[in-house]
Structures are given as structure tokens and as C-alpha cells.
Design a binder for this molecule. Structure first.
Ligand code: ZN
Length: 135
């Protein structure tokens, strides 16, 4: 239950991060749109504007738009990565299974569904076979 709650927290965090990231990126596009949309070369105009345009998040503190854009990108990327990770954690439960090494025929306990692992007994890289055994 504790693990599940942590996964949900991670998932919620990833959604918040992605939304903030999208908001920041949308804000930079919205700020520069009037110039960019009428430019001959929208992409380079956008990049130039990122370094020139300023905004104030907190009164008295001005930032260049590029910081907001970079922050938005970073948040969006980390949000997506966190979402992928938390979804993987949600759908691949840490089920404990027994593996058997095809070389030394020894068993060991591990979690998840592993295709290629190092045998903890003989240190070989093996495709272990699953063994039916109650942990
Ligand atoms: Zn082995």
C-alpha cells in the first residue's frame, strides 16, 4: 500500500510538472506570437525573442523569456519521464519470483520479469528460467 501511494504521488507530481511545463511554454509562445507570426523566419525570430523579451514573475524581478522556456521544457520532460516511470511501477508490480540459472542450476529470488540478468552465483549473463516455488 505504501508503494502504491508513492506511485500515485509520483504520478500526480508528473501531471503537475507537465501542466506547468506546457503552461510556461505556451506563455513564451503567447508572449512572442505577435512578432513571430508575422516574421519571415518564425523559428529564428522566436529564438531571438527568447533572449530579448523579458517578463516579471515576481514584481521587481525580471527574467528573460529563455529561462521560462527552458524551465518549461525541463518540467515537461521530467513530467513525462516521471509519468512513464510511475505507470511502469503501477503496472509491473514487484512480484517476487524464483529464477534458475541455466549454467550452475542454482536458484535465486528476484522481483519482476527479467529477460537477461547476471546470475548471483556464477556471475554469468544468463536468460534465467522461471521456477515455480513459493517464496
Ligand atoms: Zn549461475
Amino acid at each position: 500500500m505504501r508503494i502504491l501511494r508513492r506511485q500515485q504521488t509520483t504520478y500526480a507530481l508528473s501531471i503537475v510538472l507537465s501542466l506547468l511545463g506546457v503552461t510556461f511554454i505556451a506563455f513564451t509562445i503567447w508572449k512572442t506570437w505577435s512578432t513571430v507570426s508575422s516574421a519571415n523566419d518564425p523559428l529564428s525570430t522566436f529564438v531571438t525573442l527568447l533572449g530579448k523579451e523579458r517578463f516579471s514573475l515576481v514584481p521587481g524581478f525580471e527574467f528573460e523569456l529563455i529561462y521560462l522556456f527552458a524551465l518549461g521544457d525541463a518540467m515537461l520532460i521530467s513530467g513525462v519521464v516521471l509519468a512513464v516511470l510511475s505507470v511502469q511501477w503501477l503496472y509491473v508490480p514487484g512480484k517476487v519470483v524464483w529464477f534458475r540459472c541455466p549454467f550452475c542450476h542454482k536458484d535465486w529470488k528476484s522481483s519482476g520479469d527479467k529477460a537477461l540478468v547476471h546470475c548471483p552465483h556464477c556471475r554469468q549473463l544468463v536468460h534465467p528460467t522461471l521456477v515455480e516455488k513459493r517464496p
